[in-house]
Structures are given as structure tokens and as C-alpha cells.
Design a protein around this ligand. Structure first.
Ligand code: BES
Ligand code: ZN
Ligand code: ZN
Length: 487
């Protein structure tokens, strides 16, 4: 579905008019005059209509070029509300099965108009490549939405940046949605490599031999039971000053998590195709930074592995040595994400000496118990980085909530046979002890870990996301970079 911009004028198909504080907006009133008061009348008889943000009624209209009018409550205090309005209006238009629609945006806030467009665009995502039998009537009819706005050129310009963001979010959602027989470490690495040509990223792929040489015993043990070769993919974007330290993003890319020998129950195991969600956010973010030619040096590192049981798989109690030189007793092969990240983080900080590292991972089921799907968990050794992530989260809607790490939790992961073990105490602080484990593989560099296990996949529709992959974190990290590291 395309987004277009136009100056005030006549609209074809469906016309969406804003109702502000239960009254037709100025432009809406104008349209109502042409329609000889039919819209005001429709509003009057809709007695249950409260005018909440995105709440809408639709009515046929006479004397207008448009066939149908949608009266939509608009009550936006910030960019999050503006996007939500766009998303909700999209759903109404989808339901009306019209081909073309126009949203008339009141006032002179071009950013708001662009945000409404972004919300609608983000909500229009679908992953339908595997349907072969959908009838045309089951497909989305809506071809385009025109944002009608006084200073349309300004709104169009403001949207240009946001359109690149939507592209990157869609790219991430596509990766997350792919089944694991299609997206596995090697095929995934190839998709990332293809970005070299299209976006200007530099992409390096390391295979198992190279990782063995680097001593990545922790990452490698996870893929040991799989037929698929593990990969580490490094993306570099150098848009900043030469020699300036990069910002770094690190992602968990478990393309399928069966749990390994500590195998998961079969109910819901299919969800574990999205256990590479952290890596997909890193890839989408790097693509966006490159495509919008961000004035920053940035590096993205993703550890791609498949966690399978087999005769060659790692077994509970086995001890491995990570790149940091520390030994790990693997007591539960299903706590594999931290094993992947341990080496990916150590590699990133040693090789690139970054300004900071943010890692993202669908790491623990426990984070859903703590925070649900409204916010992801944030764990960090740095208050400034945490504060910045918090603010970018509020602004973009990819919200984070900080939880503690600290020496109090070290005893949970101290092992009787090695430097540490990969699980904590049963039923206690599962997300925190996972973060504490990661912290042991980070030296002095400012670092934040985002546990996105509960926000990566939406089980129900949300304001700007249909059911399914959210693309959580792309807008967040992009805003973090834009606000603080491009000056
Ligand atoms: N990939 C899972 C975490 C997860 C759960 C992601 C639900 C998305 C949705 C992770 O590898 C895992 O299995 N964690 C275990 C850790 C436990 C064995 C200490 C968990 O959370 O149960
Ligand atoms: Zn697991
Ligand atoms: Zn996992």
C-alpha cells in the first residue's frame, strides 16, 4: 500500500475527516458544507461515539466526489498517539474494502501528518508469501492512502525519513516471520550479505572454522547438534568521522530453538522460529542507518545458530570455554541465547572498541511474567545509556523498562565445576540472572541488554502492528543514534 501526499482538494474513494473534541475539524466542516450537513448529522445520530483517538464511524455521503466518509476521533498528545491514529484508521479503511482513501489532516503540524502516515503504513504489513489460494476478495483492497494536508510538501518531506524507517521495520518483520526451513544460519547470512549491494553496508560472514580459531566455544556449542553450520555476521556502516569509535548492536539469532537435549514441550514450539528476533532488529537497524546515510560509524554483529538435539548435541553438564577464556557449565541446553551472546559480545567489544554496545535477544520467558508485552526488559551497566534508551522508547513507542543486575545475583550463576553456569536458581529472577550472565562477558564498555522475548511477536493486534512480528527496536535504536551519536 502506497502513501501519497496532496494539498487540500477533492478526494476519491473514502475520505477520512478528523473529529476533535467531538466536533468536526475545520477542514471537515468545509467538506460538510459541500455535503449539505450530512456529516454533522451522522455525528449527531452516532450517540455512542466518544471521539477517542482513532475511534471511527463511517457514512455514505452525497454531493462529494468521495463515495464514503469516515469520521475519526483525533486526540493525539504525542507522536505515539499520531501513529496510533494512522494505524486505527488503516484498519477501518481495510474493512471498508475501498481501493483509494484520503485522510484529511487538520492544522499545520507537518510532523503529525507524517506520523499519521507512518502509523497507517506500519499497520498495513502482511506476510502472505506462502498463500497460494487467497481469493482476490480476501486480499487487501486498499492501494493507496493520500494524506491531504495544507502544507503537503512539508509533510511529504517529513515522511521521507519515516518511510525508510517503515521499510526497515518491514524488512525485520519479514525475517522474523520466515519459517526456519527457509531462514537458517546460512540462508540468513546470505540475505544479510545481499544488503551489501542494495544499502552500502559492509558485510563479513564468519563460519565455524573461523569461530573455532577465535575460541568461541560458547556460541559454537549451541549449534553443535544441528546439521546447519553456525555463522557470525558482521555489518559495518562508516558514515561518521574516520577513526571515530563505532556504536555497536549485537543480536541473538537462534533461527530455531527446540531447546536442544533439554527439549521444549511441543505445544507452542513453532513460536521458536522467532528466536532470531534480536538479530533481525539489528539487521533492520543497520540497513536503515546505511540507507539514510546516518552520520555515524556503526557495527552490527549477529550470532546465527540452530539449537537442535542430536547425537552430537551439547548435553546438560557439559563444560565449554568462551572467547573470554571463562568456562561455562551448560546445565540447561535451552538457555542457549546467553551462550551465543557471550561470544558475540566479547568479539564485538574486543574487535571494535565501541562507544557502547546494545544487545537484543528473545532471551527469557520470565520477562513476559515480569513486564508482559507492553515494554521490553532493559539491563545495563550504564545510567546514561539507559536513560537515553528510555527516552527514545517513549518517543518511538518501542518502550523499555529497566530492571536490575548486580553482584547479589552472582551466586545464582556460580558453578560447582566451572567459572559459571548457564542457569540460575529455579523460579528465581530468571531474566535478571540471564542478564547477569551476559554482564560477565562485557568489560568496561557501556552496555545495555534488551530482553525482547515478550515484545518480538504480537499475539494480538496493536496500534501500529498487525498480529505477528512487530519489528520491535528498529525505531528505538534509530532514534537513539539520531538523537545522540550523529552530532
Ligand atoms: N528462546 C527462549 C526464550 C523465549 C521464550 C523466547 C518465549 C520467546 C518466547 C530461550 O532460549 C529459553 O528457552 N529460555 C529459557 C531459559 C531457562 C531454561 C533458564 C526460558 O525462558 O524458559
Ligand atoms: Zn532456549
Ligand atoms: Zn532461545
Amino acid at each position: 500500500m502506497d502513501i501519497k501526499f496532496a494539498k487540500m482538494g477533492a478526494a476519491k474513494g473514502a475520505i477520512v475527516l478528523q473529529v476533535i473534541k467531538n466536533k468536526l475539524g475545520k477542514e471537515a466542516k468545509n467538506t460538510d458544507k459541500h455535503s449539505k450537513g450530512a456529516l454533522a448529522h451522522a455525528l449527531k445520530i452516532a450517540s455512542g461515539f466518544e471521539g477517542k483517538n482513532g475511534e471511527a464511524i463511517s457514512t455514505t455521503c452525497q454531493h462529494l466526489e468521495a463515495d464514503i466518509a469516515v469520521l475519526a476521533g483525533y486526540d493525539a498528545k504525542d507522536s505515539k498517539d499520531q501513529k496510533a491514529f494512522g494505524g486505527k484508521v488503516f484498519d477501518v479503511l481495510k474493512g471498508l474494502k475501498v481501493k483509494n482513501a484520503t485522510i484529511v489532516v487538520e492544522g499545520d503540524d507537518a510532523e503529525a501528518a507524517a506520523n499519521i502516515a507512518l502509523g497507517a503504513k506500519l499497520k498495513s504489513y502482511s506476510f502472505d508469501k506462502y498463500f497460494t489460494k487467497k481469493k482476490p476478495s480476501e486480499k487487501l483492497q486498499l492501494k493507496d492512502i493520500t494524506i491531504m494536508f495544507g502544507e503537503s510538501a512539508k509533510a511529504k518531506k517529513a515522511y521521507a525519513d519515516l518511510a525508510a524507517q517503515a521499510d526497515a521495520v518491514f524488512f525485520t518483520r519479514d525475517l522474523v516471520s520466515e519459517p526456519s526451513n527457509v531462514l537458517y544460519p546460512d540462508s540468513y547470512a546470505k540475505r544479510i550479505k545481499a544488503l551489501e549491494k542494495t544499502s552500502g553496508l559492509k558485510v563479513t560472514v564468519l563460519g565455524e572454522k573461523q569461530m573455532e580459531k577465535l575460541g568461541m566455544g560458547s556460541l559454537l556449542c549451541v549449534g553443535q547438534g544441528s546439521e546447519k553450520e553456525s555463522k557470525l555476521v558482521v555489518m559495518e556502516w562508516n558514515g561518521g568521522k574516520k577513526g571515530e569509535k563505532p556504536v555497536a548492536f549485537v543480536g541473538k539469532g537462534v533461527t530455531f530453538d527446540t531447546g536442544g537435549i533439554s527439549i521444549k514441550p511441543s505445544i507452542g514450539m513453532e513460536d521458536m522460529k522467532y528466536d532470531m528476533g534480536g538479530s533481525a532488529t539489528v539487521v533492520g537497524t543497520m540497513k536503515l542507518l546505511a540507507e539514510r546515510k546516518a552520520k555515524v560509524n556503526a557495527v552490527g554483529v549477529v550470532g546465527l545458530v540452530e539449537n537442535m538435539p542430536s547425537g552430537n548435541a551439547i548435553k546438560p553438564g557439559d563444560v565449554v570455554t568462551s572467547m573470554s577464556g571463562q568456562t561455562i557449565a551448560v546445565l540447561n541446553t535451552d538457555a542457549e541465547g546467553r551462550l551465543v551472546l557471550a561470544d558475540a559480545l566479547w568479539y564485538t567489544q574486543s574487535k571494535f572498541k565501541p562507544k557502547f554496545m546494545v544487545n537484543l535477544a528473545t532471551l527469557t520467558g520470565a520477562i513476559n511474567v515480569a513486564l508482559g508485552s507492553a515494554r521490553c526488559g532493559l539491563f545495563s551497566n550504564n545510567d546514561e545509556l539507559s536513560e537515553r534508551l528510555y527516552k527514545s522508547g517513549v518517543k518511538t513507542g518501542d518502550e523499555v523498562w529497566r530492571l536490575p543486575i548486580g553482584p547479589e545475583y552472582d551466586s545464582h550463576i556460580d558453578s560447582e565445576i566451572a567459572d559459571m553456569q548457564n542457569i540460575g536458581l529455579y523460579g528465581e529472577a530468571g531474566s535478571i540472572t540471564a542478564a547477569q550472565f551476559l554482564h560477565r562477558h562485557v568489560n568496561d564498555v557501556p552496555w545495555a541488554h534488551l530482553d525482547i522475548a515478550a515484545v518480538c511477536w504480537a499475539d494480538r493486534v496493536q496500534d501500529t502492528t498487525p498480529k505477528g512480528a512487530r519489528g520491535f527496536g528498529v525505531a528505538l535504536l534509530n532514534d537513539l543514534v539520531k538523537e545522540h551519536y550523529e552530532k
